[in-house]
Write a protein that binds this ligand. Structure first.
Ligand code: PEP
Ligand code: MG
Length: 568
């Protein structure tokens, strides 16, 4: 049995589909029959084009035109007369094997494109690499992996998955397991919004399984069983059925209010990445959206989304929520979230670097397009805007002033903008938590981002499984920071939410309730479980429990405290 970190709950049983990182080794050989090599080249081109066309059609159906366009660009590369012409010339001239000629010409093309000044041209280097790798794989009879083409039930196993890999997953992907990553890596967050079980951070899974092995993925306990016995399979088939039955029971809480035993109403909200996630939000009975991670609108494409595209996305979400609050976070790019079309500086510590509000205040044209789209959409619902990664007061003040300037400009152009937009910030950097009393005077609300607050408090990279023991959400040091933020906000009559994964965690929820948290925002799939839990708790008792937790010394002691209370 292999242990990992549960990234998304559930149980799955299926064959392994291993996502291989392709290593292509090419030898140089002298050939006598150049015609044979050229014929092989043409066959590889035809097969590659067939794959790309299938991928394009499939992506168009499942994910829309924008993502499908990527494969149209790839088809152009596969047919490029300059590239193919040079490969044929080299085979004829130097009498070398097709693989060697293709690789040599490709390397020259890639270097040329990579050295161009123009961002768009640089991007073409990636396209050329991608397409020629496909051709080389055909020539060398290597398997390439296309997640979106999977057409039988599988569990995907990979070293790591990018958000765009997860975006390609279709209904046949029953779960995934990776070597790297933690609960708050973005592939884990995507797994929860896709509602498929996932275990990450196993360190070794790609070495432990072979393609086609049968695995039981128990993502309730973070365990993976490889080629298990008949009796283990039967046990897990039963557990899976039970889990799914419980899920149906939970659904009955969908339209209930979230009120504690002693009558306090708290707000239960959902975190989303795109307007498509709305379905899960409504299905799971969220009372609002506590975090719209807008960077997903910018990912998996060739260029920035226009003001109009953004306006439409925000309008869809606001209208879909029918007047319920929607907290939109402005662009939080950087760290592990990169855009292929935005040049970023080389950084030793991207998580501590040029990202989020730092980047937006530096490149105001990017920020402005988003704010215009957002403000124009504000009249279609109950919009709240927050800025990510605020470290010092000046950043919040500058971002807010800029937002008000953009609003003024829109009004002058004749657009309507709502007058009741709340403007808040994320508290995810310890400096902001420590100075929360000052921030509370200038914001309308706080939303505590514990995914980052934990990594910065413990100086422990949230993506790095070697230090995952330092992901300690219940450690009193973190609980004290959270308490400071909540108390400071309440002192100024402001509300506080939490949109980090901790807000849906069953050990943390009782304590957060006791500390006075007003809004809990989480993956949509955690909402009903959390509602069930909150309905069973009393505020007054949780206040006592929280005060006991605050004077404990370790993460484990707090877990024990909550567990022993809950089992009473
Ligand atoms: C957080 O840091 O807690 C958060 C909600 O933001 P993200 O996970 O997108 O960094
Ligand atoms: Mg964050």
């Amino acid at each position: 049995m292999i242990k990992g970190i549960t990234a998304s709950l559930g149980i799955a049983l299926a064959k392994v589909y291993k996502l291989e990182e392709l290593t292509i080794a090419v030898d140089q050989k002298k050939v006598d029959e150049v015609e044979k090599e050229i014929k092989l080249l043409n066959e590889a081109i035809t097969k590659t084009k067939k794959d790309l066309t299938n991928l394009r059609d499939h992506t168009l159906k499942t994910m829309g035109k924008e993502k499908a366009d990527i494969f149209d660009a790839h088809l152009l590369v596969a047919d490029d007369p300059e590239l193919i012409g040079q490969v044929t010339d080299m085979i004829n001239r130097e009498k070398v094997n097709v693989e060697y000629a293709l690789k040599t010409v490709r390397d020259t093309f890639v270097t040329t494109f990579e050295n161009m000044d123009n961002e768009y041209m640089k991007e073409r280097a990636t396209d050329i690499l991608d397409v020629t790798n496909r051709m080389l794989a055909k020539l060398l009879n290597l398997k390439t992996s296309d997640i979106s083409l999977i057409d039988e039930d599988v569990i995907v196993v990979a070293h790591d998955l990018t958000p765009s890999d997860t975006a390609q997953m279709n209904k046949f992907v029953k779960g995934f397991i990776t070597n790297t990553g933690g609960r708050t890596s973005h592939s884990a967050i995507m797994a929860r919004s896709l509602e498929i079980p996932a275990v990450v951070g196993t360190k070794t899974i790609t070495n432990d399984v072979n393609d086609g092995d049968f695995v039981v993925l128990d993502a309730l306990n973070g365990e993976v069983f490889i080629n298990p016995t008949e009796s283990v399979i039967n046990e897990y088939v039963a557990k899976k059925e039970q889990y799914e039955k419980d899920k149906v029971l939970l659904k009955q809480l969908k339209d209930e209010d979230t009120v504690t035993k002693d009558g306090l109403h708290v707000e239960l909200a959902a975190n989303i990445g795109t307007p498509q996630d709305l379905l899960g939000v409504v299905d799971n009975g969220a009372e609002g959206i506590g975090l719209f991670r807008t960077e997903f609108l910018y990912m998996g494409r060739d260029d920035f989304p226009s003001e109009e595209e953004q306006f439409n996305a925000y309008k869809t979400v606001l209208e879909g929520m029918k007047g319920k609050p929607v907290v939109v976070r402005t662009l939080d790019i950087g760290g592990d979230k990169k855009l292929s079309y935005l040049k970023m500086p080389e950084e030793l510590n991207p998580f501590l670097g040029y990202r989020a509000i730092r980047l937006c205040l530096d490149q105001k044209d990017i920020f402005k397009t988003q704010l215009r789209g957002l403000l124009r959409a504000s009249i279609y619902g109950n919009l709240r805007i927050m800025f990510p990664m605020i470290a010092v007061l000046a950043e919040f003040n500058e971002a807010k002033a800029f937002l008000l300037e953009v609003k003024k400009e829109l009004l002058a152009e004749g657009y309507k903008v709502s007058d009741s937009i709340e403007i808040g910030m994320m508290v995810e950097i310890p400096s902001a938590a420590l100075l929360a009393d000052q921030f509370a005077k200038v914001v309308d609300f706080f939303s505590i981002g514990t995914n980052d607050l934990i990594q910065y408090t413990f100086a422990s990279d949230r993506m790095n499984e070697h230090v995952s023991y330092l992901y300690q959400p219940y450690n009193p040091s973190l609980l004290r920071l959270i308490k400071m933020v909540i108390d400071a906000a309440h002192q100024e009559n402001k509300w506080v939410g939490m949109c980090g994964e901790m807000a849906g965690d069953k050990i943390a929820v009782p304590i957060l309730l006791g500390l006075g948290l007003d809004e809990f925002s989480m993956s949509a799939t955690s909402i009903l479980n959390t509602r069930k839990l909150l309905l069973e708790l009393s505020l007054n008792e949780m206040k006592l429990l929280a005060s006991e937790a605050l004077i404990k010394s370790t993460n484990e002691e707090v877990i024990e405290l909550v567990n022993s209370y809950m089992s009473k």
